[in-house]
Design a binder for this molecule. Sequence first.
Ligand SMILES: *Cc1c(COP(=O)(O)O)cnc(C)c1O
Length: 380
Amino acid sequence: MRSPADELAERSAAALHRQLRTLSAASGASLTLANGDVLQNFGSNDYLGLASHPALKKAAINAATRYGTGSRSSRLVTGSLDIYQRLESRLARLKRTDAALTFSTGYAAAVGTLTALLRKGDTVILDKLCHASLIDGARLSGAKIRVFPHNSLTKLRKILEQTPTTWHTRTIIVTESVFSMDGDFAPLREIVDLKDEFGAWLLVDEAHAFGLFGDHGSGRAEQLGLHHAIELQMGTFSKAAGSAGGYLAASGEIIELLVNSARSFIYSTAPPPAQAAASLTAIDLIDSAEGRARRETLSTHIAAIAPKTSDACHIIPYPIGDAERAVAVSAQLMERGFFVPAIRYPTVPRDSARLRISLTADHSSHDIEQLRNALESVGA
Ligand SMILES: *Cc1c(COP(=O)(O)O)cnc(C)c1O
């Protein structure tokens, strides 16, 4: 039998061993370690600072008081609490789709959607940098998997040319609107043109864009005016929405099909009502003057620290390459009071280790300036 100790030793030797760090508190802008040390937090996905917003906390408390803590069953078994339907119709209105379905997590949304809509004989075409949840969903679906180099339209076209779609098969292109570890954008307009030309469907995971782009904050599809052009709009409330839970916004028929066939929806207990209530309040905030103001604060921070490229966003990668060096630089920053995570294989390709700086509306301009100085002092 293969020894777990050997496997762990291999990881340590490659500077790929990971350990849980215990926190006693966290906010968008800071972390408190178990020993009481407080670090400036530049590793959070709570991009708008909503996870500690009083309105979300209050919504969660009220829902727990009204419904209890657990949801008690899968939504198909004893019935579906009204709070989920309210969340889903509010989300569909924001996304300007017919319907929406929520899942316990974004991971469950990705796996449930892809396995429900694809089967053997179908084809799923993924961007090389797609999130693990999308890869796992594609693998579990039994469809043929094709991968195109990150954002390569030429290669995507080539794959589509080689993929005949018949009346009884499906081809789904899968990408993210903002890539989680690179902070760059997919060329969504061009991909929409391609999938229309070849009669494929498109799934866009807006995990890192939901709440952050477009006048209403619904994501890149809204910002680019593509909400009617994308069949499958996926995302999560666990990042900028400051709550938890995945979603798929799509046509009424697709949503009905998922209710009947997405195994991560059917065979899993509904998430706590408090989670749905916090997500619902988050949507109202995102689609309000306060949401717009928070997005503007974030833009100011981005402009103060990101390289001056046209598509800089709230995720700023600092390429380092070697995993050991990335871990060392991250440790030096921690000594100076800044938490900036080192991202290593298998989250990113081998030898493309990096620091991943994420900014939130909870940071102050002073925090950003201090981070800039700290990065300079460690030679990053
Ligand atoms: C975080 C993330 C997910 C998973 O969402 P959870 O709600 O955390 O399970 C899916 N896709 C992408 C691109 C993500 O970054």
